[in-house]
Design a protein around this ligand. Structure first.
Ligand SMILES: Cc1ncc(COP(=O)(O)O)c(C=O)c1O
Length: 447
């Protein structure tokens, strides 16, 4: 029998207990499989760390969103927010389910086209659309959402050069109570800038105004903000109809619905704090009721929901590399995945579960990543029973933004796989190799 190294005993106040609802340790049910496929089998096949996406959850969330709105509004369109996760496999599942694409750069536009999306089934947002991107968009009938006056002028020039008269939308920046306004995008509604933009667009007479767009922010837990914003868009649309005779084809309410994640500052757990799609749909459609006119002529409601669809479908399997005792008594655990691949750990308290039953008393534990960087912390006080090197931990609700915002810093990015609805699994992205990484580098001959 090998002797275990001596570890100095430390008394740590045990903070769990039913008597104290603020510090009660949630039950840690091990997660041995993902949609029927064993976590161990996935790691053996693809390595650790490993991102795993559930096709089933992705499809369920997409359908739940579409259904919740379809019973409340006659014409609804979902446009998959590419920036949230633009792996081809993810996008194609959602397009297969009927989602259009919502892109915010020329690269994303190209990726949507590469995924077989019809150019006129793409909404094009973002504050930076160079002429080449506008030209590509107008040639194919992509719906451009104008962000600022310079872009409006540029769009007119491109349209004139192409001999086309494209239908465009304008992005509005709308204030809603309790939401820090994203004033750097779009034309401000309350200041009158949006009205000026419409007047300017009509005077230019080169583009047709066919839509209004607004995106309030992300992970918005209060549906009331959507009621207010949708109400303002509807009132503005009515103004356009009565003053200028404009009948809009669509009103795009953007994204921002919360997933079953929890913000670091959030008090309630996700099961209690995250509104359902039905609650968001009630709020949005309530706000849109200010729209007048025959039902047949009501604009299509466009949703650019990203996070709330894909976050719950994503898992990150990690392996414990080492454990340590910190001077303040907390236990430290070094994982093979950190903020390099889990960018969202800076804002969210991701759910963490083991893959086996852990015996022992939960104690405050810090989860560190593999980076030689002090800020590489995945969770800073997770109540966790002792774990050992080699144990696996599964981080849940990590499907949004990580595989687009991750960074290649001192290590290589891991594989991403999808588990299908009948137990099959396959790669969505190969693990990076040094060879692939250095293939982009050059060494000038004079070095
Ligand atoms: C214009 C636009 N639409 C949609 C989204 C998707 O938002 P979310 O992932 O919060 O649903 C974003 C994200 O910030 C966005 O900027």
């Amino acid at each position: 029998m090998t002797r275990r190294p001596y570890e100095r005993p430390i008394i740590v106040r045990h903070e769990s207990g039913l008597g104290n609802k603020l510090s009660r340790v949630p039950a840690l049910r091990p997660q041995e499989e993902i949609d029927g496929v064993s976590v161990e089998e996935l790691v053996k096949t693809y390595g650790s760390p490993l991102f795993v996406f559930s096709e089933q959850t992705l499809v369920q969330r997409q359908r739940a969103l579409a259904d919740a709105f379809a019973v409340r509004w006659p014409k609804v369109r979902t446009a998959w927010s590419y920036k949230t996760n633009y792996l081809d496999g993810i996008c194609r599942v959602l397009h297969r389910e009927g989602a259009w694409a919502e892109v915010v750069s020329e690269m994303e536009l190209d990726k949507a086209l590469h995924n077989g999306v019809r150019p006129d089934h793409i909404h094009f947002n973002g504050p930076f659309k160079p002429e080449s991107a506008l030209e590509k968009a107008f040639r194919g009938g992509t719906l451009v959402h104008l962000d600022n006056f310079d872009e409006l002028r540029r769009a007119e020039q491109v349209a004139t050069r192409l001999g086309k008269r494209p239908g465009v939308a304008i992005r509005l920046s709308v204030a809603a109570e309790g939401i820090p306004p994203w004033t750097r995008f779009g034309f401000h509604l309350e200041s009158g800038q949006a009205r000026d933009a419409v007047r300017r667009l009509l005077a230019g007479d080169k583009l047709d105004l066919v839509g209004l767009h607004c995106h309030l922010g992300t992970f918005l837990l209060d549906p009331a903000a959507y009621r207010e914003a949708a109400g303002k868009l509807a009132a503005f649309a009515e103004e356009l109809r009565t003053e200028h005779g404009i009948r809009l084809q669509f009103i795009d309410i953007g994204g921002g619905f919360a997933s079953h994640n929890a913000l670091k500052a959030q008090y309630l757990p996700a099961e209690q704090a995250t509104p359902s799609f039905e609650q968001y749909a009630d709020a949005v459609c309530d706000g849109l009721r200010a729209l007048q006119g025959p039902p047949k002529e009501l604009p299509t409601l466009v949703l650019e929901t990203g996070r709330a669809i894909v976050d719950d479908a994503g898992y990150l399997i990690t392996t414990v590399h080492a454990t340590r005792r910190l001077p303040d008594g907390r236990r430290g655990v070094v994982l093979d995945a950190g903020v390099n691949v889990l960018f969202t750990a800076w804002w969210y308290r991701h759910d963490v579960v083991p893959t086996r039953h852990l015996a022992g008393i939960p104690e405050p534990t810090v989860l560190y990543g593999p980076l030689c960087m002090n800020i590489d912390v995945v969770r800073d006080a997770l109540p966790l029973p002792p774990v050992e090197a080699g144990d696996r931990l599964v981080l849940r609700n990590v499907g949004a933004y990580n595989v687009t915002q991750w960074m290649q810093f001192i290590t290589l990015r891991p594989a991403v796989v999808m588990v299908g609805r009948n137990g099959q699994h396959g790669l969505l992205r190969k693990p990076e190799t040094l060879e692939a990484l250095t293939s982009w580098e050059e060494v000038p001959e004079w070095i």
